[in-house]
Design a protein around this ligand. Sequence first.
Ligand SMILES: Nc1ncnc2c1ncn2[C@@H]1O[C@H](COP(=O)(O)OP(=O)(O)OP(=O)(O)O)[C@@H](O)[C@H]1O
Ligand SMILES: [Mg+2]
Length: 523
Amino acid sequence: MKMSDYWTTMASLVGMLAFCQTILQLVFPPELRLAFLHVLTRLRHVFSSHIYFDITEIDGVNTNELYNAVQLYLSSSVTVNGAVSSSNNTRLSLSRVPNSSSVTFGLSNNDRITDVFNGVTVLWEHVVVQRQVQSFSWRPMPEEKRGFTLQINKRDKNLVLDSYLDYIVGKSEEIRRRNEERLLYTNSRGVSLDARSHPWDSVRFKHPSTFDTLAMDPERKKRIMEDLREFASGQGFYQKTGRAWKRGYLLYGPPGTGKSSLIAAMANYLGYDIYDLELTEVQNNSELRKLLMKTSSKSIIVIEDIDCSISLTKRGKNKKRNGSYEYDPGLTNGSGLDEPGSSVTLSGLLNFTDGLWSCCGSEKIFVFTTNHIEKLDSALLRSGRMDMHIHMGFCKFPALKILLKNYLRLEEDEIDGVVLEEMEECVEEAEITPADVSEVLIRSRSDAEKAVRELVCVLKERVVKRKKSVGLKKKKEEGEEEEEEEEAEAEEEQEKRALDSPNRNREVFGFQDEEEEEDEKEK
Ligand SMILES: Nc1ncnc2c1ncn2[C@@H]1O[C@H](COP(=O)(O)OP(=O)(O)OP(=O)(O)O)[C@@H](O)[C@H]1O
Ligand SMILES: [Mg+2]
């Protein structure tokens, strides 16, 4: 074909296209035009040899976990060893989450990338469209609708559905674990009804606490780790037995004994995110449920100091007429307490951990902490609700040795035998928390010998103090007992005298002389 013919054909094609467009605009009003284009797209899909899967960011009310997984997976495939691969993508979106050390690459709006899985080539497109303005809506929707479209050959459909998506989810988990990127979520007052908005604010979570650094009895530590391991790998067991794949731990003990440190160690051990639920910021049960719905799998949901957040102090104390339990009045702003449905109730909380809603998602761990287990309602403590009760107590010798190793890098055999014995003798009697021990060790951590000496001094001082206070208490109790005995004796004496007196019958049986009665009447 000659060059002039080529240009003539092109010009006529362009002319025809322009003509069609004009006709389209003339014949179809704007609202019909959209529908027409929609039908055209449909027709194209029917006759196409490809099949398309849409993975939208929002799935009903929830954030679609698959969307996040695909995003992470693709972000890793556009980078090779930290450098952007030489794919066709000339435009990539860059993002960095607050407190994160790494930058994440992603597909720009409406950009495409190919991927190969088991010899099959697939095409991903990141689709971002503006949502049509709604004149009225019960629920405010986000302005943009985002999603990924997966295009595959129709003949490869089964292969992709059977294993490719599972592969992506697994891979994205692996990427996150490898990056050691855990998230710490917290809730703030007032949960938005917006489907896209996340009621949880998140930050990168990098807590250095691990089971190695945790000072507690090694045997108990081992048991907890085994329990966690069994839980994390127990999908089959939970499915077989018909149990929801979740587990509850109640950590209790005095302040500074490592409850929060244990939670961080659990998260680091399993590679789970943490949802730190601030119960005093939750206004009612439905808000609590919404928060739960928006938690992801493989996460630890924590309610710290549960006895302070909600009044669970034995049934009946704060019980309202409808049988609910309200916030401790001292902790709320005082408003709305009497309005029905305006507070988190005990049953709401129990539903949160136990009810049907608690099973949305899977692989979830609930952890409650308290300094006063005796204050909690027995409903929360009954077996099956919190699967494991873990007492975090004062420092004992095995825990002390772990702290010495952590802070001073001192192994047991590097410490003078006499000093070690002294510590072993008095550490339990001293009733010292691991937090207090760490304080002493941190003070002189540059000089290990000095730090150990100081620690022994502190332990001994505490033992003396404790003995003194115990002695005083005993004396006080003895004094009180003596007083009580004296009082009882005096009473006995009085009663005896009364019984021996001539008026005994009158006092005891209430007899009265008729004369006296008349006297009184006159009076
Ligand atoms: N068992 C422990 N092992 C290692 N470090 C500990 C332990 N207990 C306490 N610590 C140290 O003391 C500090 C406070 O501990 P943590 O916050 O875990 O105590 P807690 O029991 O949660 O206290 P609270 O009841 O006040 O919340 C931690 O930063 C940690 O360094
Ligand atoms: Mg704590």
